[in-house]
Ligand binder design. Structure first.
Ligand SMILES: [Zn+2]
Length: 224
């Protein structure tokens, strides 16, 4: 396998959210054999692609957002069942990946994923790609940005979901599958009390739990 195919995780940190401007124009299309890629290096970086990795790229607007069609150049792939190298293509299937690198508009990669057939064992498998993890509908860069935002205490799942044009349940799923918060042990003495609070929707009092020995607050709940 060629080593110029970076995995989704490798260059995630090099791509940050692009503030205001989407890639300019509608229906930008270029053939990698004729287009000098220095001009388009910005677009390539945005999609975690190396200069010689894409066979075809087409940028176009649709009612639901900006769509970037990408087909990668064919390279021999290793069969994950028997390890044989093969370049036999079984077919193509478009995979829509949410790629929220532009904050003011939803952006999708319409990845024309190539399915390979092993010439030794006959099994089929998809080519490796730099955009998203297997079976994931959200790009690795978007997952990274969501996790970054989840680490800020004032953020809510709903606000993050709106920012990246995904559902709150997707944010929750990303958080749950990547963040492992170990369960805390109960203190030796747990003290509880209700205390007056100005702004709770449920009651005038909040329910406070404390560790009697350290006097650390363990949790504050909206009501008993
Ligand atoms: Zn095989």
């Amino acid at each position: 396998m060629k080593n110029n195919q970076s995995s989704p995780i490798e260059s995630v940190e090099s791509i940050s959210r692009i503030g205001n401007q989407p890639p300019s124009g509608e229906n930008i299309s270029f053939d990698t054999t004729t287009t000098p890629f220095s001009v388009d290096s910005f677009v390539l970086k945005l999609f975690n692609l190396q200069d010689d990795q894409a066979e075809r790229i087409n940028v176009h607007n649709e009612p639901d957002g900006l769509h970037v069609y990408i087909r990668l150049k064919p390279v021999p792939c290793r069969c994950n069942a028997c390890g044989n190298m093969t370049d036999k293509v079984k077919g193509y299937k478009i995979r829509k990946i949410t790629h929220s690198v532009i904050t003011n508009s939803p952006c999708f990669i319409d990845y024309d994923q190539r399915r390979m057939r092993c010439t030794e064992c006959g099994k089929t498998f998809v080519e490796p790609n730099p955009f998203a993890f297997p079976g994931e509908k959200v790009s690795a860069v978007t997952v990274y940005n969501v996790l970054q935002d989840c680490s800020r205490p004032h953020e809510t799942f709903k606000a993050i979901a709106e920012r990246y044009h995904i559902s709150p349940s997707t944010v929750l799923r990303i958080f749950d599958s990547h963040v492992n918060i170990p369960r805390r042990k109960l203190p030796r003495y747990l003290v509880v009390d209700e205390t007056y609070a100005f702004h709770t929707a449920v009651s005038d009092y909040v329910f406070v739990m404390m560790d009697y020995e350290t006097m650390d607050i363990i949790d504050v709940l909206p009501s008993r």
